[in-house]
Design a protein around this ligand. Structure first.
Ligand code: PRX
Length: 646
């Protein structure tokens, strides 16, 4: 594990208290302990319960092919047909999507309406030349057109690659180059906290940096003041849809192991890491966990505050909930946008049953005060979920008490872009909850915590979290190589293992408390950044010799701390501005450091390695311990005061 030698394993504070799920919830929960017993009795074949939530064109006979690492290998299906067509008989007039835009707009799409649009857009994409297996890049905020585009791709067997709208043109181009994508569906811009961000001529910029020719479809999101001028290979979404209105496109049958989509995440290598999810295994996993963990029923109105540009939105805004036929409330913009009453007004207005959000957002709500949620009637809520980072017990309790009125179970779901869906969480009507602790691995999943040598550590001891059993939502990269080459040089003794990159503590009955990333990835505000990627951008700035990026303390409301070593005599203001500009250009403004500390030297070990762990402690205001073994211990005090002054 790169950086592993700097990481001292810690044991978190383990709150012992456990809370039983509310009785009223247990009585109606989607899954019962008796059903889950199948995992104990049947092993891997019990995942049939997940496969059976889907409609197959060609039913699978094998649940998991151990040799190939393939799930439902002989099954065939279409993901869009599972999310739309099969619901039309029973609930074509039920709302599939209710969209709340940043400017206060509301739009709804029934299953029938959504299905018509998806058919028309699928026909449009075909008309532009898109075929099964082609990669179509989607670059938009959370608007219904993004869901239409994803499902239209899935319908014709094309592979979508959604790139979060906040990424820069350069980051978009890098991803399109990597996937050799020749199609781009992009909005003319998006709103961020009420301000318009124009993506004017983004296709132009992208084209300039790519070898392949790119055909672009532009979705109109902004008002007329922000015109997107079309080039020769550009089309307007509305026109394309109108031209194909009323057409139907038969869903293309896909093998379960065929790609459904690509998504890029931050890895440890300094380059975006491609993760490929499959049509059958991924969809079964997300449908199953939406059913068993989020307890979604077709009659529910469900709200997840994530952006569709990240994995949470793919799995638990689009694929899982729509596969189950629920009503999905789409919300454009950040979870914690003002007015401070907004989210709660939406919960009341739409009688939301299930709310899935991030600890960061809840921390903000908690800081704002309980008077804001108290203004709305939240009694429609049945279940609350969190994802993306550890949730501290006080924040968990605030959510449980102030939002859920102690009547809604809280599921703290641990998973990753790579896992596709939940892997460690309580099952809400079955398991006791432990504030601050995600819970046990899902039934059917085994996890372990190991030390640097790959040996299981004792219960209650910190170590590296590994997953030891394959799961249906595992990405193609894992099924072919079994062990993700990049993951680690720490490997458990077991036959198969996926190293998660997280540190964790597990107790005897397997409840897992996540301690956070232990590789060269940092997690800030529930978002993931590669430290090497950020550092190499910073080092690329003129007058910067060395750099180290670490994550500061979330509770202090600060995230990315960049330490850089400028050349003697460099103008510090100019260097800071240049660092910000470089990150903005190469990734996007969302990845700008919260704090840039310029220092004549970075702390080094005796072998000359930058001591990131010490910088992390400084950024978090932790006790620094004995630093005398450093090559340059004299810099520590200086860096500490530069970080923690003002
Ligand atoms: O560190 C873990 C943290 O988020 C990382 C995965 O980030 P990403 O791939 O962007 O996916 C985020 C949404 C699934 C993990 O390695 N993480 C995710 N969920 C939790 C968590 N940390 C603690 N508790 C969680 N529930």
């Amino acid at each position: 594990m790169a950086g592993g030698e700097e990481f001292e394993l810690e044991t978190g504070e383990l709150p012992a208290e456990r809370i039983a799920p509310p009785q009223s919830f247990m009585e109606q929960a989607n899954v019962t302990p008796a059903q889950l017993q199948r995992f104990t009795e049947e092993g891997v074949d019990a995942w049939e319960m997940a496969g059976d939530l889907l409609t197959w064109d060609e039913p699978y006979r094998t649940v998991f092919d151990e040799d190939a690492g393939d799930w439902f290998p002989d099954g065939q299906l279409n993901a869009a047909a599972n999310c739309l067509d099969r619901h039309l008989a029973d609930r074509k007039n039920q709302r599939a999507l209710v969209w709340e835009g940043q400017l206060g707009e509301t739009r709804t799409e029934t299953y029938l309406e959504l299905s018509r649009k998806v058919n028309a857009f699928a026909a449009g994409l075909r008309d532009l030349g898109v075929e099964a297996g082609d990669v179509v890049t989607l670059h938009m905020p959370v608007i219904p057109e993004l869901v239409v585009a994803m499902l239209a791709c899935a319908r014709i067997g094309a592979v979508h690659a959604v790139v979060f709208a906040g990424f820069s043109a350069e980051a978009l181009a890098t991803r399109m180059a990597e996937s050799e994508s020749a199609y781009l569906v992009v909005s003319d811009g998006y709103y961020r906290r009420g301000d318009a961000v124009s993506l004017t001529n983004r296709a132009e910029t992208v084209r300039a940096g790519l070898d392949q020719e790119v055909t672009t479809v532009v979705v109109d999101r902004l008002d007329d003041r922000h015109q997107y001028s079309l080039g020769d290979r550009d089309h307007r979404y509305e026109e394309l849809l109108a031209a194909h209105s009323g057409e139907t496109v038969d869903p293309v049958t896909r093998a379960a192991t065929d790609e459904l989509f690509l998504i890029y995440t931050s890895g440890t290598t300094g380059k975006p890491k491609r993760v490929t999810h499959t049509t059958g295994g991924y969809l079964a996993h997300t449908a199953w966990t939406s059913h068993a963990v989020l307890d979604i029923e077709p009659s529910d109105t469900y709200l997840c505050t994530a952006d569709i540009g990240w994995i949470t939105g793919h799995s638990y805004i689009v694929y899982g909930p729509l596969a189950l036929g629920a009503t999905v409330l789409l919300r454009e913009g950040e979870a914690d946008q003002t007015p401070k009453t907004k989210l709660w007004e939406l919960v009341e207005k739409h009688a939301v049953d299930i709310l899935y959000t991030s600890p960061t957002a809840i921390r903000t709500f908690m800081k704002w005060g309980e008077e804001y949620p108290a203004e709305s009637d939240l009694s429609s809520l049945r279940l609350l979920g969190t994802v993306g980072e550890p949730i501290n017990p006080e924040v968990w309790r605030w959510l449980y008490e102030q939002i859920g009125n102690e009547e809604c179970p809280v599921v703290d779901t641990w998973w990753q872009t790579e896992t596709g869906g939940h892997l460690i969480t309580t099952i809400p009507g079955v398991d006791e909850m432990q504030p601050g602790t995600a819970g046990p691995p899902l039934p059917g999943v085994e996890a372990t915590v190991v030390d640097e040598t790959g040996t299981d550590v004792d219960p209650n001891t910190g170590g590296y979290l590994a997953i030891e059993t394959p799961w249906p939502g595992m990405p193609r990269e894992l099924s072919t190589e079994t062990r993700w080459a990049e993951t680690s040089d720490v490997l458990p003794d077991s036959e198969w293992a996926y190293m998660t990159g997280d540190g964790a503590v597990m107790v005897e009955d397997e409840y897992v408390t996540i301690l956070g990333r232990v590789d060269d990835v940092i997690n800030v505000g529930g978002r993931r950044y590669g430290t090497l990627e950020l550092e190499s951008i910073i080092i690329g700035v003129e007058d910067v010799a060395e750099a180290a990026v670490v994550s500061g303390h979330e509770d202090h409301g600060q995230g990315i701390y960049a330490y850089a070593n400028p050349a003697a005599g460099a103008d510090e203001t100019a260097v800071r501005a240049a660092i910000n500009r470089a990150i903005e250009q190469q990734i996007g403004s969302f990845a700008r450091p919260d704090r840039i500390v310029l220092t004549p030297e970075l702390p080094k070990t005796s072998s000359g390695k930058i001591m990131r762990r010490l910088l992390t402690d400084i950024a978090r205001g932790n006790d620094l311990g004995d630093t005398s073994a450093l090559r340059n211990p004299e810099v520590v005090g200086e860096i500490d005061s530069a970080t923690n002054s003002d």
